[in-house]
Design a protein around this ligand. Structure first.
Ligand SMILES: *Cc1c(COP(=O)(O)O)cnc(C)c1O
Ligand SMILES: [Zn+2]
Length: 466
């Protein structure tokens, strides 16, 4: 047992709790197959006395580690020697008040903040985690890395490979549903791209087998180092709020890596005395991909001190397989049947007095149009957080005076097909692209106007709409 290391890997299962060195390349506990956490012996590490101590680092942003919105906070994820850190300038994201979107959600104009994680180099929050996974891969000397992806994880791994030349990368995507922006990134950044004849869950199980066989480094959110990087989204939100804890953090739930990372970040900050209370956490599923919603809200599955009822989980997935039910939503980034970080998300919900909701694709696309016309825009999955906030406010779970932060996980340009279909498609296209997912109206559509190539007619159109 590596008791001399202040940072180590530890099995999540309280009946196992096996520890492993940071230098090992593992994705699950070799003894019981449960998930692994990165844990720290905080008493032996230089922890900041106050979160304000981080502010001075911004003044040294000509140094790459201070420029990074992830590694600026490296004292709170202290597993890597500084000279091994792999950074491409990730985490330059911002929190903004969004008055029109707040009103849409039924909140006062100053009640809602949007955290734009789409501003990362590859256009999604995944870069926060990928910088940490790539750092660990570099620490253990890996030269080959792989992931399965609904699109953004592959875009992120691909950009780290293209920008650093440290790894050769293979990405596995399911067939069909990957959004074009994301596929274009993996191809453009030069990663070998395998389109498996199956969905994300199939790609996920194949990539694990391949990584085992070929000793390739696995970069999915099963990788506990990724979640360490994703903790920093919380630190940046707190920083933008001048270290005041909001009442709610609302996040879309797919593989549940983000929500798990947020829970871990907040539990650690409280443990270290750096915050005095936890925000509540809301995880929003798409109705067509609602494993967590069913398990948490309908079947009452709970963290239960690290021993969630495995029978509930097993019979749920048995039923899913037997009935042939597969996830299906336009929010492709959260179209996932078996969220790998389920148990860690239960821990986060438990610590943060959490709730889980499901929203329809119609609600997601309407919310997305609101974010677009009242902010910087986002991809469909991200807007689940806004649709979920509106629902929770309507249900009275979010109170009128609460301060709410919605995580916008991905950039507006990721999925132009869905956006253009919502705003501009003719009836036939609309039905084909959106109707099959239960979207039948576009109340916030901003239709383009067709006009002849004649100044008179163009002026007429402009004058009549002024
Ligand atoms: C990956 C992703 C999600 C889902 O996040 P999880 O951590 O897997 O729950 C949501 N939105 C976008 C844009 C994503 O890329
Ligand atoms: Zn174990």
């Amino acid at each position: 047992m590596p008791s001399s290391e202040p940072a180590y890997q530890q099995c999540l299962n309280p009946d196992c709790n096996a520890r492993f060195s940071i230098g090992e390349t593992l994705t699950r506990c070799p003894e019981c197959c449960d998930l692994l956490d990165i844990e720290y012996d905080w008493d032996r590490l230089p922890v900041p006395r106050s979160l304000r101590d981080f502010e001075s680092r911004w003044g040294r942003r000509n140094e790459p580690l201070e420029f990074s919105g992830v590694w600026r906070f490296r004292q709170l994820l202290p597993f890597a020697p500084e000279n091994q850190i792999v950074t491409i300038g990730e985490g330059q994201t911002i929190l903004q008040q969004a008055q029109a979107v707040a009103r849409y959600c039924g909140l006062p104009a100053d009640g809602l903040y949007l955290q734009y994680e789409g501003l990362n180099p590859s256009g999604s929050f995944k870069d926060n985690g990928m910088t940490a996974a790539c750092t660990h891969a570099h620490m253990v000397g890996a030269k080959h890395a792989a992931c399965a992806s609904t699109g953004n994880t592959s875009a992120s791994l691909a950009i780290f490979a293209s920008a650093t030349h440290l790894f050769r990368v293979i990405v596995f995507v399911g067939s069909g549903k990957i959004a074009y922006g994301k596929l274009s990134q993996a191809l453009d950044y030069g990663s070998k791209t395998l389109q498996i004849a199956g969905d994300f869950d199939d790609a996920m199980s194949q990539v694990q087998a391949v990584c085992r066989e070929e000793k390739i480094y696995l970069c999915n959110s099963l990788n506990p180092f990724r979640l360490e990087g994703q903790k920093t989204i919380i630190y940046r939100i707190l920083e933008a709020l001048r270290w005041e804890v909001p009442d709610w953090i609302v996040v879309p739930g797919g593989n549940l890596g983000n929500s798990s990372a947020f829970g871990k970040a907040l539990i650690e900050l409280k443990h270290l005395g750096l915050i005095d209370r936890l925000p509540r956490l809301a995880i929003i599923n798409a109705r067509g991909s609602n494993t967590l919603y069913r398990l948490w809200e309908q079947q009452g599955l709970r963290w239960s001190g690290g021993r969630p009822d495995q029978e509930i989980i097993d019979s749920f997935f048995d039923e899913m397989d037997q009935s042939g039910r597969r996830a299906s939503t336009l929010a492709t980034a959260i179209q996932i049947n078996r969220p790998v970080n389920l148990k860690k998300a239960l821990r986060a919900l438990d610590a943060c007095d959490g709730v889980v909701r499901e929203v329809s694709d119609q609600e997601i696309l309407d919310a997305k149009a609101q974010v677009g016309s009242g902010g910087f825009g986002c991809e469909p999955a991200s807007a689940a957080s806004v649709a979920g906030t509106k629902l929770l406010r309507a249900q009275g779970v979010i109170a009128p005076g609460d301060k709410v932060v919605c995580i916008l996980t991905g950039h507006q340009l990721k999925d132009p097909t869905t956006t253009v279909a919502y705003h501009a498609a003719d009836e036939e296209q609309f039905d084909r692209i959106l109707g099959s997912q239960g979207v039948h109206a576009a109340p916030f559509a901003n239709k383009p106007v067709s006009v002849a190539n004649e100044l008179d007619q163009i002026l007429e159109v402009i004058r009549s709409s002024r």
